[in-house]
Design a protein around this ligand. Structure first.
Ligand code: NAD
Length: 260
């Protein structure tokens, strides 16, 4: 590892939301590891354990993985108790988690039921607050929280529906958490990623068409790559971004600047 790349040497980060090797959280975990950080993994539960066991060795011998279903306060408490006993402190935490019931991503937002709405907002938004509450005491000064959002928070993207509402709430949550945690020297930011073919993305009807459309319409005429997202995430948790907090940083090959 060259010294230019080791910008996160001596740091400890945890990435929540690794489902498999395509997950945005996995590319970010790899980038952090390559930049010299010790990287731990949080995953949803038993369903993904086999994938995690296969991937974890790539993060080196000091990595660890813990299950955590963010929809449960008890799980969050257990997760952080275990984390505190195993590592003691953190420098950064990635929240790369979203979920909406399938039926809420079909048809119209107009038809969204209360239960689907609550589930989407609970898992995709409240979870960042629940994680921030418990991570704050472990985060060292200069530490940060990072989450993933999407342009469907600002503009209508057909089928994104309740996830667009959830991402708008997530982006507002980033700003309020940045205000709350700023005095402690902790930053909070979001990356607004262009479309990438992942497990969650495949739950959105017409996603392949979205990928093609975004590549055609972006100024760079392509979609963002996983290593590019890893590089942005490395920058945002590094000392180089020490004055950046409460922001949504677009990594979308410029798609979001287009007006028509
Ligand atoms: N893929 C894209 O095109 C794209 C674009 C912009 C933003 N994002 C965002 O990136 C983030 C990661 O998604 P991804 O595309 O890597 O897909 P992914 O399916 O690989 O990751 C989503 C993760 O959320 C986790 N999750 C869902 N419910 C959970 C729960 N109750 N407890 C714990 N974990 C839970 C899943 O286990 C999974 O690891 C999401 O917030 C997504 O909205 C994705």
């Amino acid at each position: 590892m060259g010294c230019v790349q080791a910008v996160l040497a001596g740091k400890v980060g945890i990435a929540l939301g690794v489902a498999n090797h395509r997950s945005l959280a996995w590319s970010i975990a790899q980038a952090w590891h390559n930049a010299g950080a010790r990287v731990l993994i949080g995953y949803q539960g038993e369903r993904f354990k086999k994938n995690i066991d296969e991937l974890l060795p790539e993060l080196g011998p000091d990595s660890l993985a813990f299950p955590c279903d963010v929809a449960s306060d008890q799980e969050l408490d257990r997760f952080f108790t275990e984390l505190a006993s195993k590592v003691g402190y953190l420098d950064f935490l990635l929240h790369s988690i979203a979920y909406a019931p399938r039926e809420a991503l079909e048809g119209r937002l107009l038809d969204t039921g209360r239960a689907a709405f609550n589930t989407a907002l609970d898992v995709s938004v409240y979870s960042l607050i629940g994680l921030a509450q418990r991570a704050a005491p472990l985060l060292r000064k200069g530490g940060s929280l990072l989450t993933l959002t999407y342009y469907g928070s600002q503009k209508v993207v057909p089928h994104y529906n309740v996830m667009g509402v959830a991402k708008a709430a997530l982006e507002a949550t980033v700003r309020y958490l940045a205000f709350d945690l700023g005095p402690q020297g902790i930053r909070v930011n979001a990356i607004s990623a262009g479309p990438v073919n992942t497990l969650a993305a495949r739950g959105i009807p017409g996603f392949t068409e979205m990928l093609r459309y975004a590549a055609q319409r972006s100024p760079l005429q392509r979609n963002v790559s996983l290593p590019e997202l890893g590089a942005v995430a490395t920058f945002l948790v590094s000392e180089a971004a020490s004055a950046i907090t409460g922001q949504v940083v677009f990594a979308d090959c410029g798609y979001s600047i287009m007006g028509g």
